[in-house]
Design a protein around this ligand. Structure first.
Ligand code: ADP
Ligand code: MG
Length: 316
């Protein structure tokens, strides 16, 4: 089976049309219509075997996650996802693996009406690159550089779930419950929250490399600092059991892969943020405040924590 048969059977046949697609899969390039007054948000992320997933991970989870991490980046900009492109390098044509991969990928794509509008298929060591495109009204885009002194700092969902599951994978322990395992395998891009944040938030980022690292990017880009209160962090019962037993307090702050949104908003919109949490069913927890003094201070039991590891860095 050659690449064209693979494209036809697994990708061209399964995708559907999104509004604004003039030409999707099948030509040399896709042609996409951007409505007047809107900006095209474009992002890409690669998953490499051994770095972002384990060789024996379920193909459906890899398909889901490859798209999810990109939709999470769009959410951080408050862009509504519309199209995806998939560059897939496969060691061989394994029909079972491709069926699984597509089941996960298209399940998530269907949740948000995302069209797979093109890609590339090659033979080599397994690697999955997805590019996602979304739309945002020009004045509504969020960014890392918009946090202002006095803003509240918020986090969606729960922190440290993926990290707990990763601890188990690395040390053959058993701290993670079903919620933590699911978070690592199938992160949920916070698209609905992001749409509601268009009118409320100032700074925003998705937490892929750990809260300390990613909130640090927001603070640096905005030219401000901030304080986070450890006891305010949204931690799950399983994470709390792990922390009590190990004293590894830095884990939820420094682990990556949660794909929650960290955003800042003025204190005047606290009521609206609460209403957005109720409307979306996603917890929005106030964890700290933006301050003029540069740097991030995490306070635990009245003291500033010493945090050494600041997120995953490639090439280190
Ligand atoms: P070209 O040789 O012009 O680059 P290809 O033969 O690579 O085109 O791809 C043919 C068509 O199939 C193009 O529209 C391309 O975007 C699409 N395509 C290729 N691989 C994938 C894939 N993995 N998923 C979705 N579309 C793909
Ligand atoms: Mg061509």
């Amino acid at each position: 089976m050659n690449e064209f048969a693979v494209i036809d059977r697994w990708f061209a046949a399964r995708t559907f049309r999104a509004a604004g697609t003039v030409r999707g899969i099948g030509d040399d390039a896709a042609l996409l219509q951007v409505p007047p007054g809107e900006l095209l948000a474009v992002t890409t992320d690669t998953l490499v075997e051994g770095v972002h997933f384990f060789p024996d991970d379920a193909a459906a989870d890899i398909g889901w996650k490859a798209l999810a991490v990109n939709l999470s980046d769009l959410a951080a900009m408050a862009a509504e996802p519309r199209w995806a492109f998939l560059a897939l390098t496969l060691p061989e044509v394994d029909a079972t693996w491709l069926d699984g991969f597509c089941a996960g990928f298209f399940e998530l794509a269907g949740c948000f009406g995302v069209e797979l509008a093109g890609g590339d298929t090659t033979c080599g060591p397994l690697s999955v690159t997805v590019q996602a495109l979304g739309l945002v009204p020009a004045e509504a885009a969020l960014g890392r550089d918009r946090a202002r002194v006095g803003d509240d700092i918020y986090l969606t969902g729960r922190l440290g779930l993926a990290g707990l599951a990763l601890e188990d994978a690395r040390h053959a322990s058993a701290w993670a419950d079903a919620e933590a395992c699911r978070r690592l395998r199938r992160p949920e891009p916070r698209v609905a929250v992001a749409m509601g944040l268009r009118k409320l938030a100032h700074g925003c980022i998705d937490v892929s490399d750990g809260l300390v690292a990613d909130l640090g990017h927001v603070l640096a880009a905005s030219g401000v600092g901030g304080v986070v209160h450890y006891q305010a962090l949204p931690l799950s019962p399983a994470t709390l059991r792990y922390l009590d037993a190990t004293g590894n307090w830095a884990m939820p702050l420094c682990c990556g892969d949660d794909y929650e949104l960290c955003f800042t908003a003025p204190a005047t919109v606290r009521g609206e943020v609460e209403a957005l949490a109720a409307h979306t069913g996603v917890a929005l927890t106030r964890i700290g405040t933006i301050e003029p003094q540069p740097g991030l201070r995490v306070l635990r039991q009245g003291r500033v924590m010493e945090l050494e590891r600041t997120g995953y860095r490639h090439f280190e």
